[in-house]
Design a protein around this ligand. Sequence first.
Ligand code: ATP
Ligand code: MG
Length: 441
Amino acid sequence: MKLSKYFLPTLKELPKDAEVMSHRLMLRAGMIRQASSGIYIWLPLGHAVLKKIEHIIREEQTNAGAIELLMPTIQSADIWKKSGRYDDYGAEMLRMKDRHNRDILYGPTNEEQITDISSHYFKSYKTLPKILFHIQWKFRDEVRPRFGVMRCKEFLMKDSYSFDVTEEDGKESYNKMFLSYLKTFQRMGLKAVPMQAESGPIGGNLSHEFIILANTGESKVYVDKRMLELNIPESIDYEKDSKGTVESWTKYYAVTEDMYDEKSFEKNVDEENRLVMRGIEVGHVFYFGDKYTKPFNANVQDKDGTISPIQSGSYGIGVSRLVAAVIEASHDEKGIIWPESVSPFDTALINLNPKNDELVNICDNLYNKMLSSQTVLYDDTSNSVGEKLTRMDLIGIPKQIILGNKSVENKTLEIKDRRSGETVIENIDKFLEHLNNDKPS
Ligand code: ATP
Ligand code: MG
């Protein structure tokens, strides 16, 4: 993408009213724009990152055996009356009426919708187990939307739902999703710590939140430091490797404020291992057995002919919140530093002097060749050198290729690593050679 043709409304001034770094940087980098309170427009750069994050989540869900579908944003109030949550959900639910005066709502989550689906299709043990997921916008009329897309009203969520015949199988599905969450966040360069959680209005008896440790987080957390040293296998076979995941990842104390108990923290964690911090909730998993399937008469017949409610669980990831969480975890005083896996472009190419025709030829040629193996943001504008470098650092593409007048004489370019700031000078022909070798076959 040539920057001269792109739409990247970066801001020079510090946005007022933005309290946390990720919000400030998202506004300054031209990633989002507020449409109204708690509702955001995803500008092209923000949208590109959102899609990258979505892609990783989708891939890791699929690897874990989950199947994607897409449910509507607007739901009938009838299914929520069936589960008893229409009244319970309170003012966070955006309620509307259609032209026939029927109660409808903008979905804050999809347990009801998916359980209704399960009641129609999963009647025999032969159809189970199943884990279904979708990535869809949600609306919650938050009292106090804040921190940009971190806590807003309209947000993108990945939500999965598991359906099993027995509780034992249900727990296996829970383990699979648990492991896929650990892997998903790791792929984004994040260390997410699973913590025992209250199941809240969604209900059930087994629940964990996945929390990124960050001082700007909204939840206070109490963690045994040894938690941070746990690792998952390099390559994962979900059928085999997921067994026992929850057990091994919950052997150390890690809870959010709601579940905190001073006595058990002090009893279970030696003083040197006690970590009290803040964190950002990026995922939440629940196992709730027959809580929803019972009222929906979602019953399944097992091998012996016995009919009983399907065992289910639900698993959410805040896709749009993650964009902010990644920034909270990875930035410096110059701006964002994207981990490669979620960067809006793989590489930035900067021509420091577009008035030099020879240099333009060299850069255009490089750009065209790079495009066959990667996505590139090519600064071909006539902005000042300072502006170009500052803006590229702000938007955080991890690798920058910089060319100036000297590149013509010396036939060299500069490769800058955004994170370390280190630069390497390389011969242009050598660079092109590497490019050919690195090309995916
Ligand atoms: P929170 O405690 O932050 O209000 P929640 O527990 O109500 O969230 P869940 O129902 O567990 O949220 O939703 C699954 C995920 O969706 C959360 O882990 C979070 O990452 C994301 N999420 C929830 N509410 C919001 C919001 N208002 N804005 C952005 N993301 C959100
Ligand atoms: Mg939650």
